[in-house]
Design a protein around this ligand. Structure first.
Ligand SMILES: Nc1ncnc2c1ncn2[C@@H]1O[C@H](COP(=O)(O)OP(=O)(O)OP(=O)(O)O)[C@@H](O)[C@H]1O
Length: 501
């Protein structure tokens, strides 16, 4: 950068030692008249050029010109001033190792910045923008979408300030459906935390905490969180004191809904790739769509694992498909943040048994309850290195891959049968292939010399030495299955052709 900068003649005229620089292009234009004057006086010109040369030699690429670096050097010299060469090296090695430790997964340093700087900043900004002062009159509730142990999920919409909410709900068919008129446009998802159920309130608090945390750490990996509110009065739709969490409505269907369709995965083709796959052989088309879905799942998992979070409930119903063909993780009620031990309770397995890895728990059963957050954060890189808790989610991701690629495993009965068989075969996918009584189709996974099968067998496996053995999200993205991915090329081409149209 410094070599692109040059002192201007005018600057040097005022003060030839001035460290001020302006870009070369500007210098040559602004000072053309001065140069012309120099042309008429060669002696003065030589003296000037001498100054310029000297100045350039002195200033070009001299990093200590930059105040931060100068300050850093000064600090280093001050601290190490009285140390011997050996001690200075020791100091440097210690500083380097500390840096590696603080930035190693799950990132103690970034975590501290997030907790002590970004979280309060987000709270302040949200309060200023009114995001933290949502209330019942801002929303209208539509149909029920699902019910978990601790909450009930509804579709809904944001009501503009000048519109009365009651006018927006109309009876359509047997259910309350949202009649979205011109004024009520933005659809949302609302989760009502159950009242009077043990642990429900705590679960709601945790889910809210995880959603705020992810909105800072990995916003593109999960549904956009809009905030929460407590109903201040009882109306036809709300009960006083009830807590609600609100997300942006990301899409009509989740991956499980798409997989129920006989046409899967081709039913995802229009939103994933537009029309560009027409003309490609149908097996190839299926394989490309599945690879694109899987790539997105693994990429999102990598993002949340990088921040120390393990989802613990990865399954097709918790992967919502957006209108633009993006797959987003939802339902962080069972997630745990192993950077600070949030929502980690020893021996508490929360996962859906159909997607649960053989180890059952995210950390070994003998792991004690987490200490206070700063201490847990300090030890988290060691905990992560020793236990690789992220591999818990990777097993579930492997089951999702198998289900997408092998149609017989998409039904509840088919998946339960698979789980019985794989358990008796010691979670060895190759043995399962040789021994299964069902007749699964392996065509998609066997394409390209069986790269898909190889990845699946590295995801669906027991933990090995040091609880490794299963492939992590980062390693999965480097697996030959994803390298040179035609799915990426097709996705880019489709975007280009869509923007042209
Ligand atoms: N942001 C969103 N955009 C679109 N749909 C969503 C969104 N969040 C949730 N849904 C839909 O609502 C359903 C239920 O959501 P969620 O899994 O969070 O609820 P839950 O009560 O924890 O249910 P369960 O415990 O059965 O998984 C999802 O399967 C999905 O179809």
């Amino acid at each position: 950068m410094a070599s692109l900068l040059c002192p201007t003649p005018s600057t040097l005229q005022q003060n030839p030692r001035s460290p001020r620089f302006v870009p070369l292009k500007l210098a040559s234009r602004t000072d053309l008249s001065i140069i012309n004057r120099f042309k008429r006086n060669p002696a003065r010109c030589n003296a000037f050029l001498g100054n310029v040369q000297e100045d350039l030699l002195k200033n070009t690429l001299h990093l200590e010109q930059f105040p931060v670096i100068r300050f850093g050097f000064w600090q280093f010299q001050r601290v190490t001033g009285e140390l011997s060469e050996m001690q200075k090296w020791g100091f440097l090695v210690f500083a380097g190792l500390t840096w590696i430790y603080l930035t190693a997964r799950p990132g103690v340093l970034v975590g501290a910045i997030d907790a002590y700087l970004l979280a309060p900043l987000q709270l302040g900004l949200d309060s200023l923008s009114g995001k933290r002062s949502l209330n019942t009159s801002d929303f209208v509730i539509g149909q029920k979408l699902g019910e978990g142990n601790f909450g009930i999920v509804y579709s809904g919409a944001i009501v503009p300030k000048n519109v009365a909410a009651e006018t927006k709900v109309q009876k359509r068919g047997r259910r309350n459906a949202l009649q979205l008129d011109e004024r009520v446009k933005e659809k949302v998802i609302l989760k009502k935390v159950k009242i009077g159920i043990q642990g429900a309130e705590e679960c709601g608090e945790l889910e809210e905490w995880f959603n705020y945390r992810l909105s800072r750490a990995a916003p593109e990996a999960c549904a956009e969180f809009l905030g929460s509110f407590v109903a201040e009065e009882t109306t036809s739709q709300f009960t006083k004191g009830g807590k609600w969490l609100v997300w942006k409505f990301e899409g009509d269907r989740n991956l499980a809904d798409y997989m129920k369709d006989r046409n899967f995965p081709l039913n995802l083709e229009p939103i994933m790739f537009g029309r560009v796959l027409q003309g490609v052989d149908s097996v190839e088309r299926n394989a490309l769509i599945i690879k694109q879905v899987m790539r997105q799942i693994v990429t999102s998992l990598k993002k949340i694992h990088d921040t120390g979070i393990v989802h613990r409930d990865v399954k097709p119903a918790n992967l919502v498909v957006t209108k633009r063909g993006k797959i987003k993780l939802i339902d962080f009620g069972a997630a745990t943040d192993l950077r600070i031990g949030k929502n980690y309770v020893p021996k508490l397995g929360l996962l859906d048994p159909d997607y649960c890895p053989p180890e059952l728990y995210v950390l070994p059963e003998e792991t004690p309850s987490p200490p206070p957050e700063p201490i847990a954060a300090f030890f988290s890189p060691i905990l992560w290195q020793l236990n690789s808790p992220d591999l818990f989610d990777m097993y579930s991701a492997g089951i999702v891959l198998l289900q997408m690629a092998i149609p017989t495993l998409r039904s509840t009965a088919g998946l339960k049968n698979f789980n019985l068989e794989i358990r008796t075969l010691g979670y060895d996918l190759n043995k399962w292939r040789e021994n299964t009584r069902s007749r699964p189709g392996f065509t998609i996974l066997d394409l390209d010399s069986g790269r898909g099968w190889d990845l699946a067998s590295k995801l669906i496996s027991e933990r090995g030495f040091l609880r490794r053995g299963r492939i992590s999200a980062a390693a999965a993205l480097r697996h030959p299955y994803f390298l040179l991915g035609g799915d990426q090329a097709v996705a880019v081409l489709s975007k280009l052709s869509l923007t042209k149209n």
